[in-house]
Write a protein that binds this ligand. Sequence first.
Ligand code: NAD
Length: 468
Amino acid sequence: MPDYPMLINGELVAGAKQLEVLNPATGVVFATVERADEKMLDAAVAAAAAAQVGWAATSFDVRRAALLKLADFVEANAANIARMLVMEQGKPLPQAEMEVGFACQFIRYFVDQDLEPQLIQDDEQYHVEQRFKPLGVVAAIMPWNFPFMMAIYKLAPALLMGNAVILKPSPTTPVTTLMLAEPLRDLFPAGLVNIIIDQNDLGSALSGHPQVAKVSFTGSTATGRRVMEAAASSLKRLTLELGGNDAAIVLPDADIDKTADRAVSAAFFNAGQVCVAIKRLYVHRSIYEEMCEALAIRVQDIIVGDGLEQGTTMGPVQNAQQYEKLTRYLEVAERDGTIIAGGQRKEGPGYFIEPTLVRDIEDGSPLVDEEQFGPVLPIIAFDEVDDVIARANASQYGLGGSVWTADADVASSLADRLDTGTVWINHHLHFGPHIPFAGAKQSGIGSEFGREGLLEFSQRSVVNRAKN
Ligand code: NAD
């Protein structure tokens, strides 16, 4: 069985302990990884702080060239990385290939940016410009749903801006991040990038570490609050991308077939384990029957299985805790609504939950009000637009939402009324390196992607010169 070392201070190192990594489709351990203790974490942060000083003095071109070599490595090893991604995360191989491809797109997008100062004022009296400087050591903490892409899309802008990075993947999906240990060792100065593995026990030491200047965290809202608490000790910069409970609102004039196709793919992609998956589908009562039927036909066509088997379109959920949580939501579905597709969990091996549609369910049910983060979708009928907007907004979350209608003006005005960081119209879940991504309310703080996402890894500094 392969054993994956961590990367600390330019060396591939063994840990204080090891961690076994399970394939969620088989329940079988397929890799062991080395795991850090707090002393090793301290060593990694100290190495990062030391290496960052030299890196901050390099030119943008030097950083860009190193990152492009990393993109070349990922491209050359894409097939192998995608395969391991399926084994650790569970998603079907084509989705894993897409994730690896996206990772490269993120690197290439960020290296195409520049860090030129922004001119604020230039007249007879003053020249004022805003410059972008590195922050220092960045802690990048990832969840288990898109582990590879997230490691890359935090790493690339942080390094480009002149920072050092500590990558900490989730304990259930550490392998594809650790596959980067060797190229990162070879491409960057010793200590500049470190990969630390834990068993959910080092996150707060890392996010509270006095030498860490910024935490870029993606994960649940509950953990995000703990990160914020730990970071408060030294007022660290924070980007928090947290949970969501995205509502899709389907108006009477929406195209039924197109909506059903796209809504199913946005609700069940990655077995529903997407922060911006459709998690509540509100359908106008006049088309409720028709829409439920159209959705059920499509959900019954989803092929559940091991992501490495050809033809699989949905894999297992990622871990045992998630499997138990979804099992409880299936019980809620049975109690609070009518199941029109799926409804069962498959007994082991593997963590398989059938893609499930639940109709005749109302707000107030935990399946509607909470973030299920899995393949169980409630379909709720509504009568009035004002009422459905209020229901969509009655959530602590505000990550994404969508409006489905043939009327572009109506869609555009409803978009202003949804309290979310993104509103899609006639689709859901589309994103990209050039599109800023941020959560409203308790779905997050700060923004990722786009130029804004890059600048989140900088300290802005105004230089204000008197001309006479
Ligand atoms: P999680 O919050 O349990 O874990 C995320 C990471 O935080 C892991 O690496 C974990 O080890 C680490 N961690 C645990 N305790 C910590 C602590 N006290 N301090 C710092 N880090 C700690 O999340 P998860 O279950 O892995 O992921 C699912 C959640 O992530 C869902 O709520 C989902 O919506 C959210 N998510 C959000 C986005 C987004 O961009 N908004 C993207 C993907 C997932």
